[in-house]
Design a protein around this ligand. Sequence first.
Ligand code: PBG
Length: 332
Amino acid sequence: MAFPVVRHRRLRQSAALRSMVRETALSANDFIYPIFVTVGTNVKEEITSMPGVYHFSLDRLEAEIREVTALGIPSVMLFGVPDDKDSEGTSAFAPDGIVQEAIRAVKGWAPELLVVADTCLCQFTDHGHCGLIHVHERTGNAEVDNDASLTQLVRTAVSQAEAGADMIAPSNMMDGFVGAIREGLDEAGFTHIPILSYSVKYASAFYGPFREAAHSTPQFGDRKTYQMDPANAREALREAESDVIEGADMLMVKPALAYMDVIRLLKEHFDLPVAAYNVSGEYAMVKAAAANGWIDERAVVLETLTGMKRAGADILITYHAKDAARWLKGDE
Ligand code: PBG
């Protein structure tokens, strides 16, 4: 009998060997942990479809921030859940808005923690769209007005930087949003604040739990005139390219699991760091299956996050960050 010429199994013989040839290393350093902040006092309310994730009022937030930093997670991303909404999303850029107050508080407790502000209007508009609604004079159709939305978005980004945000992450998918925000930040003296652009954001069903959590479901229509068609990958390159030209410092693909090819595509075409957003619906699926005892949560989460890194993500935005950091510590 002829022996196999090549034996792949030789390098799988022991934990030491497997670890020596491992190509991808997951680390808490890779994580950005999203946090929902809300108005009021003494609120720590679990989000039904996202077990382990809470709404926090600012007086209950400090303990959470201390836990995040103790686990070695370098960054949080803040999402505001305000109680005052209007058609123009003005509470998104109020100096004493929920996100602005949260940024100030977090930087006070943990100056070293990198605070990323999600910059969008959907939580702050009464219609739930990510931009301003304009009723067309001729057709009478309601549409999301690109350029008017940019003005509000720039105001929001500048107010977040003024509150102390370390990085701006615009997520509303208006054309020209990176260029407009870059200019607005620069003019306000924030030339040093980086932009993490939600460059490739698909119109995805995986955002369901987030919209419940953030109360940001559109009250009419959907987001398909601004978020991308899940069927498209070449278009993702065009989206990312315009962001690069407009001055983005990092690119993001969102969601992650159903778009691993797009993560890889961006990694191969651009030299900027790539972030993957492991979104709420992806988290909810894992939690639901784990709660039923159908999967091993720890193994599935670490495998999934490793897969996203292997696909090309440098940064992982994930609701699993605290658990994963804890598990990775145990592994060391
Ligand atoms: C705001 C925003 C959304 C998410 C992040 N920023 C919702 C949306 O676009 O509908 C989703 C995050 C998640 O599902 O975890 N535009």
